[in-house]
Design a binder for this molecule. Structure first.
Ligand code: MRU
Length: 337
């Protein structure tokens, strides 16, 4: 089942903040509703943010009352601006907006044709993501042996993408190939994407998964309980991989224990134009840290630092698995997305 669907002027997705307790679908008809769903983490995960940004523009195009091309383009620019302000780190969101707006700008046809094009381009972005994930799965599964135990962080699964997943796409393909693998899922504080989403997805698919808190990863590695790490990415730069907070800690631990550390991501996550010093790391509200499941766990008024992502220098990354294949650090630094 797809995480996001276009249905004749409505975008349907699962409210990821309600999982795994409840499976609630949300239906959005405006760009503003998509922006709000992104801000509130009902929609999350880098590739899904890309597809959602594209569908937000598609909603604007589909429901426009504009009668000329210039007016529709203005409306698309307003929607683009609103989506750009939602979350700053995952490059896929900006990549999808740039792709559609760049093509829309070069478009000389009339309003109705442009509107149709925007909708079709958004659907293409979503379909391409699914195809990329299956390829990532196929390439990555070559690295996985029967009996391997894989540690993952956050949720880089079907829920973070349009379907199938990146890191979990590799797990799924290896499992479909009959390899008897197991997964350790870091719970991923503060928003618990590992506990809520990765554990949910893998359990649903019958793939063996063991949940640990983030601070158990070192112990698990020291006891030789995992032999490979696979994570997703929000932005892959010339010098580093940006991913969910805690990824860098896992990478350092993996290096210390000589465990290979792989990053699985589509090329829509690559940003060769920047280095890590130039990327905005999103900081989110203190309540995500001080409150768990509606219960306050820290004293009122305590200072909180809540960066949503961290930066793992490429020296910690064994290889990057993308739809084109497995890129070593050296291939990667020459890569031109
Ligand atoms: O804050 P989130 O849940 O959007 O962060 C998601 C991650 O960090 C994922 O690991 C990343 O987007 C890769 S998803 C295939």
């Amino acid at each position: 089942m797809r995480t996001i669907e276009w249905n004749n002027g409505t975008v349907e997705t699962i409210d990821q903040m309600k999982l795994p307790k409840e499976v609630v679908f949300i239906r959005m008809k405006t760009c503003g509703e998509v922006a709000e769903a992104i801000r509130t983490m009902k929609i999350r995960g880098a590739p899904l943010l890309g597809a959602s940004a594209a569908f937000a523009l598609a909603l604007t195009a589909f429901h426009t009352k504009a009668t000329n091309r210039e007016r529709l383009f203005q409306e698309l620019q307003e929607s683009e601006k609103a989506i750009r302000k939602t979350r700053p780190t995952a490059v896929n969101l900006f990549w999808a907006l740039d792709r559609i707006m760049g093509k829309a700008q070069a478009f000389s046809a009339d309003c109705a044709v442009l509107a149709k094009f925007v909708v079709e381009e958004a659907k293409r972005i979503a379909d391409e993501d699914v195809a990329a994930n299956h390829l990532i799965g196929r390439h990555g599964a070559e690295l996985v042996q029967d009996g391997d135990v894989i540690l993952t962080h956050c949720n880089a699964g079907a829920l973070a993408t349009v379907d199938y997943g990146t890191a979990l796409g590799v797990v799924r393909t290896a499992w479909e190939q009959g390899k008897r693998i197991r997964v350790f899922a870091d719970e991923t504080r503060p928003l618990l994407q590992g506990a809520r989403l990765t554990a949910y997805e893998l359990k649903r698919d019958g793939i063996p998964v063991t949940l640990i808190t983030d601070n158990m990863a070192g112990y698990v590695m020291s006891k030789h309980m995992v032999n490979m790490v696979i994570v997703g990415a929000d932005r892959i730069l010339k010098d580093a991989v940006v991913n969910k907070i805690g990824t860098f800690t896992v990478a350092v631990l993996a290096k210390e224990h000589k465990i290979p550390f792989y990053v699985a991501a589509p090329k829509s996550t690559f940003d060769m134009s920047k280095t890590s010093a130039e990327v905005v790391i999103e900081e989110r509200t203190p309540e995500e840290v001080t409150v768990i499941g509606g219960n306050r766990i820290a004293p009122e008024g305590v200072d909180v630092f809540n960066p949503a992502f961290d930066v793992t220098p490429l020296e910690y990354v064994t290889a990057i698995i993308c739809e084109d294949g497995i890129l070593s650090k050296h291939d990667f630094s020459r890569f031109d997305a």
